[in-house]
Design a protein around this ligand. Structure first.
Ligand code: ADP
Ligand code: MG
Length: 692
């Protein structure tokens, strides 16, 4: 069955010892090829190198022992289906037993006088020590005791494939295939950073000789993961700004000027000015912008987006702003349309709840170019939507959209400039990986005059006090959000809970209006509820998380979140960001009881700070990259060895090396091995290869 030429892409059954049954078991672990197997690293290690004399063994421990067989009790059947083999051991100073249940073939190996190394769990039975089901190796008299034990890998298990068997397969695989693994890392980089060579590092990861060597191997492999990704991102970035038909450069002109001088309701912060300049700078180049604008909740990203849209119009192109929810899209429209109208710019709001006729009119306007600006929801992505000349596509709260949706949006123009806005700050390590091929602008300071928000965790027992407090606020004309979680799996149940809660609160606060907002309402109904809340006709709004993103109601001062442990920190931060948007003091109450020390820690972090960057870092630490900032679907952060928190410095370093390498050699012509490895591993997921 062995093929004439071995390749790392060989199916794993080519490895000796892997038959059809094991091929299936390995498949369950995601191992299909030899390469998959080589890079399937242990979950942990057992350091078996320290020998314990039989007389010092402690019950419950996992221990290594070298001893001689004194006698063997053979195999006895205890009852049907259960047999036991007992071997009596001595190491010269003490005595002990080793027992195996339902194991054949022990007797033939453990002959009296034979020396053996054993590793296993120690139990004390009737005052005597025994090793239960230990792993073992028969030693010759020449074997030094210390050499009999090693640091042993423990692989993530799967039923039917014990670790012993897994280790044997891995040893064979390493012997047969490791020499094929050529070191793809440019030697200059390897030397500069004093990184260990590749093949030996892979070997060390599986069967480490010492902690020091393992550490060096791990560093090398973690670096590789970062470096390959960063090289891929650098290539993608270089290609995005190369090949395509260049867009004509766009410069801010009369419209931007007019807005700034006559319609801007406040003074821009220095941060906003700087970021607007960064964006204008990109748009003035003949390659499409691909920029991520990060800023904390309430940092004023919208006005920056508006300036960019006006610059696109100044350049004679159209602009579009995509928002994840109908509530947010219409809020943007209400804010921005008056500005556009005052400047004589025809614009439209396109959402799913318009009539067919209304939609068609907007489609025609965009296609003919009569409409210059479109603000909308997913309806903007419909295949019926085409632009005469889309120059700038902006995605608000971009984490709510998938990669494909963003691509669709982009394809509505010919290489339009693209600006994506985040809902909350993203930890730098994630920015460098998940968004690693984008240019990044950050708004750090918030507009002046923002008041601190008091955040408290409140036990449901204190509900009556909370109600009294809310009543006082509402009588003074302030508005209250009350959020009930709505998680997809239990949508119906949750919605019922929110409805019941709304009824209760309505009864409590009867003279003060109470409203209910959730995703199942029609666009018009949502619109009405939001208007009533804005105007004060409703003082308390019970809502599911449809208000999570972007909603701006300056009169709202209190945010109550029920069952806060069901939310991520960044989501809670978004919710809290809905209040404290004017000069009144804001409050955020988390109504619930933490169910674990971890959930308590998370909520305490949240109560202790309002800094979105701090919160995002904490969220990353506590929940891992997959759950933070909606990057779950990306797969890009699925590192096997590297750790986005611990290996931060290594990531920065890998990025620097990768980007400077690609800058000097944009086709990787001088690094064929690197190129091959990169395309083999990441070509598809990074879209570097043309997929048919
Ligand atoms: P976000 O970054 O969360 O999208 P917004 O763009 O909605 O924030 O801005 C939050 C609020 O701050 C809005 O009411 C906006 O009008 C106001 N704002 C933005 N920039 C400034 C500024 N420079 N000075 C005063 N208020 C500002
Ligand atoms: Mg916003």
């Amino acid at each position: 069955m062995t093929p004439p030429v071995r390749r790392l892409s060989d199916p794993v059954r080519y490895v000796k010892g892997v038959g059809p049954a094991r091929e299936v078991l390995l498949g369950r672990l995601g191992i299909a090829s030899v390469n998959d197997l080589l890079f399937f690293f242990p979950r942990r290690y057992e350091d078996r190198r320290e020998l314990t004399p039989l007389s010092s063994l402690e019950g419950g421990s996992m221990s290594s022992v070298v001893a001689r067989v004194v006698a063997i009790e053979g195999r006895r059947s205890l009852k049907k289906g259960l047999s036991i083999t007992t071997v009596l051991l001595s190491d010269g100073k003490g005595m002990g037993k080793a027992v195996w249940f339902n194991r054949q073939g022990i007797e033939s190996q453990f002959l009296p006088g034979v020396r053996a190394a054993l590793y296993g769990r120690v139990d004390i039975r009737n005052g005597r020590v025994q090793l239960t089901n230990p792993e073992f190796e028969i030693l010759t008299d020449e074997t030094e005791d210390e050499k009999a034990f090693s640091i042993v890998p423990v692989y993530p298990g799967t039923a039917g494939l014990p670790n012993r068997a897994f280790r044997r397969i891995m040893r064979t695989c390493l012997e047969e295939y490791l020499p094929l693994l050529s070191d793809f890392l440019p030697s200059g980089i390897r030397k500069r950073l004093a990184l260990a060579p590749l093949a030996p590092s892979v070997g060390e990861m599986h069967f480490p000789e010492s902690r020091e060597r393992w550490r060096a191997a791990r560093k090398r492999l973690a670096f590789d993961e970062f470096f390959l990704l960063q090289t891929g991102l650098a290539l993608r970035k270089a290609r995005a700004s190369g090949g395509e038909a260049p867009a004509p450069p766009l410069f801010p002109g009369a419209l931007v000027e007019a807005y700034r001088s006559a319609h801007l309701p406040f003074t821009l912060t220095e941060d906003q000015k700087r970021v607007a300049e960064e964006i204008f700078g990109d748009m003035a180049r003949s390659v499409p912008m691909n920029r991520l604008l990060q800023g904390d909740v309430g940092s004023g990203k919208t006005v920056v987006a508006l300036l960019a849209l006006l610059a696109a119009l100044d350049g004679g192109r159209q602009g579009a702003l995509l928002a994840p929810t109908e509530v947010l899209a219409s809020q943007h429209y209400q804010r921005l349309a008056p500005v556009f109208h005052a400047l004589g710019i025809p614009c439209a709001l396109l959402t799913g709840s318009l009539s067919q006729r209304e939609k068609r009119e907007i489609h025609e306007g965009l296609e003919s170019g009569a409409l210059r600006i479109a603000i909308g929801t997913h309806a903007l992505l419909s295949e019926n939507v085409a632009f005469a000349s889309l120059g700038l596509a902006i995605v608000d709260e971009q984490h709510r959209f998938g990669v494909l949706q963003k691509q669709t949006f982009r394809s509505k123009g010919e290489s339009p400039h693209v600006l994506v806005l985040t809902a909350t700050p993203i930890p730098r390590t994630l920015t460098l990986t998940v968004y690693g091929d984008l240019s990044v602008s950050v708004l750090r300071e918030s507009p002046p005059g923002r008041k601190k928000i008091t955040t408290r965790l409140i036990s449901p027992r204190k509900l009556p006090e909370l109600i009294t407090f809310l009543e006082g606020r509402m009588r003074g004309g302030e508005r209250v959000f009350w959020i009930c979680p709505l998680i997809e799996e239990s949508e119906t149940l949750d919605l019922a809970a929110a409805t019941v809660r709304a009824e209760e609160l309505k009864a409590r606060f009867s003279p003060l209006g109470t409203g209910l907002l959730h995703g199942r309402l029609s666009g018009e109904e949502k619109q009405q509820v939001m208007e009533d809340f804005q105007s004060g006709k409703i003082s308390l709004l019970v809502s599911t998380t449809v208000v999570e993103v972007g909603v701006d109601i300056p009169g709202a001062t209190v945010m109550v979140v029920e069952d806060p442990i069901r939310f991520g920190l960044s989501q809670l931060h978004q919710l809290r960001g809905r209040v404290g948007r004017n000069d009144l003091e804001g409050y955020c109450f988390l109504l619930g009881t933490p169910t674990s020390p971890e959930s308590r820690e998370r909520l305490e972090v949240f109560c202790s700070t309002e800094n979105g960057f701090t919160i995002a870092e904490a969220d990353l630490k506590l929940r891992g990259p997959g759950e933070v900032c909606g990057v779950r679907q990306s797969g890009i952060t699925d590192f096997r060895v590297a750790d986005l928190i611990k290996d931060r410095a290594l990531l920065e370093c890998a990025r620097k090396e990768a980007f400077s390498l690609v800058e000097g050699d944009p086709e990787l012509a001088g690094e064929p091995l690197l190129k091959e490895r990169l395309f083999f591993l990441l070509g598809r997921s990074l879209n570097l290869v043309e997929t048919a």
